[in-house]
Every structure is written in structure tokens, then in C-alpha cells.
Design a protein around this ligand. Structure first.
Ligand code: HEC
Length: 142
């Protein structure tokens, strides 16, 4: 009896990722979607909830912890004590559409997420703007 085909079969089994056999209809989000769906979901929609989590997960990589900004290969403006945030529509527009080196994030963040992160930035890091933008405001600006 030849063992080579058996070894090959075992290798195929070992190397097949767990999700490869779940090629049925796509499960609805939130019911234990496979790793593959989670990964593709990550690129199309950021999973973070709440202004602070969204800031940390999405904005902080460029604007830095504490929103102090950074100078290096590019200039990432500080959002701390930033008078430009006075009008809520301004940061909403930038987050949705982007501006120069900042990518628009309107495809990855839903209306509530944009409102939450904008309200968070406008009321933290030394910013004290009390009025809040709403998901409806964001929707109207898309
Ligand atoms: C890939 C890097 C990057 C990410 C991620 C990013 N930004 Fe920016 N952001 C920039 C750059 C660069 C600018 C400056 C754009 C310009 O030159 O006009 C900027 C500008 C801004 C401004 C305008 C600041 C001012 O004083 O005029 C706001 C507000 C802002 N970003 C908010 C956010 C928020 C909120 C997030 C997260 C949802 C975010 N940014 C994510 C790079 C980024």
C-alpha cells in the first residue's frame, strides 16, 4: 500500500482553514459569522462602537493618543484644543469626505458612529463644545 496519497490527504486536511467548508449562504451579521466574514466586514465597516472606541480604533493612528497630532512623513493636525471644531458640521464633513491627506471614512462609519466620534472629539482633549451633532445631521451631509 502506498502511503504518499494518504499523507497528501492528511496535509490537505491540516492546511484547510476551518472556515473553508462553510461555503453555504452568508450568515447574517451578528450570528457568529466566520472569521472570513469578520475580516471582510472589518474592511467595509469599522466595528467600533462609541466615540472613544472609534477614536482609538480609527483616528488615533494618525491624530495620536491625546489628539496631539504628529509631524513626520506627513502633518497630522492636533484635534486637541482645536478651535476649528467649533462648528460641528466641519469635522462631520471631514470625517465623511476626507480632506487632502485624510481619507474620507464615510463608507466605513455609519451615521451614528460619525456623530459619536465627532461629539467625542468636540468634548474631549481640551475641547468644550457642548452642542452635539446627531445621526440625522450626519445623514443630511452625506
Ligand atoms: C490616515 C490618517 C488619518 C486618519 C485615520 C484620520 N485623520 Fe483626520 N486628518 C488627517 C490629516 C492628514 C488631516 C489634515 C488634512 C488637511 O491637510 O487639510 C486631518 C484633519 C482632520 C480634521 C481637521 C482638523 C482641523 O483643525 O482643521 C479633523 C476634524 C479630523 N481630521 C478628524 C478626524 C477624525 C474624527 C478621525 C477618525 C474618525 C480622523 N480624523 C482620522 C489624517 C487622518
Amino acid at each position: 500500500m502506498r502511503t504518499a496519497p494518504r499523507i497528501a490527504a492528511i496535509l490537505v486536511l491540516l492546511c484547510t482553514p476551518a472556515w473553508a467548508d462553510s461555503a453555504g449562504p452568508a450568515p447574517k451579521p451578528g450570528n457568529g459569522a466566520s472569521a472570513r466574514q469578520n475580516i471582510s466586514g472589518f474592511f467595509s465597516h469599522f466595528p467600533f462602537e462609541g466615540g472613544e472606541a472609534i477614536y482609538r480604533g480609527v483616528c488615533q493612528g494618525c491624530h495620536m493618543p491625546g489628539a496631539v497630532g504628529a509631524m513626520g512623513a506627513g502633518a497630522y493636525p492636533a484635534l486637541a484644543r482645536d478651535g476649528n471644531l467649533e462648528t460641528g458640521a466641519y469635522p462631520v464633513m471631514i470625517v465623511l469626505k476626507g480632506q487632502k491627506a485624510m481619507p474620507g471614512l464615510g463608507m466605513q462609519l455609519d451615521d451614528q458612529q460619525v456623530a459619536d466620534v465627532v461629539n467625542y472629539v468636540r468634548s474631549h482633549f481640551g475641547n468644550r463644545f457642548r452642542d452635539k451633532v446627531t445621526a440625522a445631521d450626519v445623514k443630511a451631509m452625506r
